[in-house]
Design a protein around this ligand. Sequence first.
Ligand code: IPM
Ligand code: MG
Length: 348
Amino acid sequence: MKITVLAGDGIGPEITAEAEKVLGAVAKRFDHPLELDHQLIGGAAIDATGSAFPDATLASCKGADAVLLGAVGGPKWDGGAVRPEAGLLALRKALGLYANLRPVRGWAGLEDASPLRPERMRDVDLLFVRELTGGIYFGEPRVEGDERALDTMVYTEPEVRRIVRKACELAKLRRSHVTSIDKANVLASMRLWRKVATAEAKNHEGITLEHQLVDSAAMRLVTEPAAFDVVVAPNLFGDVLSDEGAAITGTLGLLPSASLGDAGPGVFEPIHGSAPDIVGQAKANPAATILSVGMMLRYAFGLEREADVVEAAVEATLQAGLRTPDLGGTTTTTAMGDAITARIAGSD
Ligand code: IPM
Ligand code: MG
């Protein structure tokens, strides 16, 4: 397992350190050789090299089996010539990671943490499949002006087709229901999205496809979250809805992600950001990053059993009552990581 580690900014180094412990424990217990290469991205890379995505980082990622990422960004780099986030976007684009998988589920024992009533959270188990290398994040022209600024939302038929295909394939492994998110009542690019989604879904027997406008999907995520199975969304809408989806579980600190292309290494990262407000206070919840290691084991290495062990260790640790401050507890980042690692090293 040759893995490039991009700790990045803010709490990134704190949480990736715990995820590395977990990788070490998995490697040892299941006898997989493990090689980690630490590289710079985001603000840390800007400070050291002037670039948010240095060539050495790209080279290491391209040569790896998978990439583990912490977080990028922070107020320190606001207003600078280069933004840390540009490093993350460049990484996604350079590796062709068009499919971003963000699973949302309720956790036994954490029903109280949700801002929603417990009965609404029952049976919540959904998977966001966010388009990650197109849409308004990458559209040209883009104008950065003081009087007028401009972004362009653009989608092409092949871009929509491949992400909807991915969503349908993943749905077959689940409950075979796909909700496609758009804003077809207003935007031309979204009318294309809806048309292509309809056509592609017909190629997948047994899949039911529904279309939902992004505004009403945002509402339904809090009124009826258990109604969703796979939710396929354009880049920007997927960004917004997946934070909302995380929040209904009670914390952003438990949501992992996998960013995948058709070939080559994927990137595995928590969906929360760099959390500048809690840096260096041992308050960050490492579970989302550790669960991202679980997704890495499953998707990058095909190690289902190892992935199950990691997820079970997180679940058991939560059930044992360990809670970082995002969940109202006082467990430190390191103590949480150590407890999860110990279960992997020694249990079942
Ligand atoms: C995410 C983040 C990123 C995004 C930022 C940090 C560029 O919010 O991964 O959801 O907008 O994609
Ligand atoms: Mg986001």
